[in-house]
Design a protein around this ligand. Structure first.
Ligand code: SAH
Ligand code: TYD
Length: 408
């Protein structure tokens, strides 16, 4: 039995994803024998409705000077974050004397849009290698973990913020009370804290269990985020669904009573109650669907192996670490993973040890099937590859929300 990281009640486990390594821990052969694994179980808190990992590696094992994820690998995401930034500039009427803080700015993909408009800004990014990329774009970055202490220091150095923004970071942080405490201190009276993360509603509906990996401590819903905000004299004033990362939610939070609450909030909570996100049954149903996907994908990969077909994978995502290790996918099923991120090249995938090769070699690989690990970028990737796949009679294998072979 574990206590909820938010409200300390008993958390009920609904899925055990087995022994898992560091999802972004791409490694070399000599490192295999010391590879770190932890037991990855996910639970639901019946009181505050938060979905959470029961155990997690130390943060320094995940976020460091060799962090493998560079945000700007997706052109679609660059556009998405440009629009996100514009919406914040409009919402808060930001100008040169305003101050914006981004938590987890990575290589600067979002905050660069504020810098370009000469808006006062601070990026907080503990993974030093990606923070360096942001700095090289002229962005003001501190390479530290955001928490309550950092917020206090930022207030004395820069003053309070008109907007605090964050994308795909909040769900990574187990010490959520220190974060929200920091938000409460750093945010101006009329400031907004806007963040987005993969959404529990989409994950349950699509059985996209691969959104669970070491870095993702929480799967948020409007129900659970509202509860958390209230514990810090804050409140959710808007909730806007996003299509990114297979379905995300953008939460806008303000000091209690300071801003009008959009009708979207009550509407989304109603949707969540209809989906059953206020009780464990919906999550148990999700587990049943995941087990069907597991059976179907392994059966397909075994059949293709027996038939001597060549299967490769596309996108060495963190999500794919959960898939390969939970399903037992090996290099016998999938011979290579192709990816555009240089730091992942010529290394092996965590746990499953499938070799990762540069994307350029994909076009020479001549497979029969391509397993789409980066399914959240399906539109961008499928458009890019349509001609090559068509000309060579290559098929996609998709496993979200169910297992399908797709002819191009
Ligand atoms: N916002 C980017 C990056 C998401 S990856 C995007 O959406 O593409 C998650 C990032 O959060 C990593 O770069 C990691 O280093 C950072 N991170 C993890 N814990 C953090 C913390 N406590 N404060 C600030 N950033 C953190
Ligand atoms: P992503 O799905 O954004 O995140 P996560 O690691 O959190 O699951 O990762 C996308 C990965 O896919 C990244 O390693 C880059 C790679 N990629 C390609 O190789 N080609 C592409 O066209 C795109 C969009 C991504």
């Amino acid at each position: 039995m574990k206590n909820c990281l938010i409200c300390n009640s008993d958390v009920k486990t609904f899925i055990d994803l087995g022994q898992q390594p560091i999802a972004n821990g791409f490694l070399l052969e000599p490192q295999f024998k010391n590879e770190y694994f932890f037991k990855m179980e996910v639970g639901f808190c019946p009181k505050c409705k938060m979905v959470q990992l029961l155990e997690q590696p130390d943060r320094e094992q995940m976020f460091h000077e060799n962090y493998a994820f560079f945000s700007s690998t997706s052109n679609y995401m660059k556009e998405h974050f440009k629009n996100f930034a514009s919406s914040i500039i409009d919402l808060q009427s930001l100008n040169k004397s305003s101050f914006v803080v981004e938590i987890g700015c990575n290589d600067g993909i979002m905050i660069q849009n504020f810098k370009e408009k000469n808006i006062g800004h601070l990026g907080v990014e503990p993974s030093r290698n990606v923070a360096e990329v942001a700095k090289s774009k002229g962005i003001n970055v501190t390479s530290e973990f955001f928490d309550s202490k950092l917020a206090e220091n930022a207030v004395s150095k820069y003053g309070k913020a008109d907007a605090i923004i964050s994308a795909n970071v909040m769900c990574h942080i187990p010490y959520m009370h220190s974060i929200f405490d920091g938000i409460e201190k750093l945010l101006k009276d009329d400031g907004v804290f806007v963040f987005e993360d993969p959404y529990a509603g989409d994950i349950v509906q699509k059985a996209s269990f691969d959104q669970v990996y070491d870095e993702h401590t929480f799967l948020f819903s409007v129900l659970s985020v509202s509860h958390l905000a209230q514990m810090h004299n804050l409140e959710v004033i808007n909730a806007q669904p996003q299509i990114t990362h297979g379905g995300s939610m953008r939460y806008t939070i303000a000091h209690k009573g300071k801003k009008e609450i959009s009708k979207n909030v009550a509407k989304q909570i109603e949707i969540e109650k209809n989906l059953g996100l206020d009780s464990i049954a919906a999550y148990q149903e999700f587990t049943n669907k995941v087990l069907v996907v597991k059976n179907d994908l392994i059966a397909l990969l075994e059949k293709l192996k027996y038939e001597g077909k060549k299967v490769v994978a596309y996108g060495a995502t963190s999500k794919s670490t959960t898939v390969t290790n939970f399903f037992g996918i090996t290099p016998e099923h999938v011979s290579f993973i192709y990816d555009t991120t240089p730091t992942k090249h010529n290394k092996f995938s965590p746990g499953a040890h499938i070799p990762v090769l540069p994307y350029e070699e994909f076009r020479k690989s001549n497979p029969d099937y391509v397993l789409l690990f980066a399914w959240n970028h399906a539109k961008e990737i499928m458009e890019k590859e349509i001609e090559y796949m068509k000309d060579n009679g290559i098929k996609w294998i998709i496993y979200v929300p169910d297992v399908r072979v797709v002819d191009v």
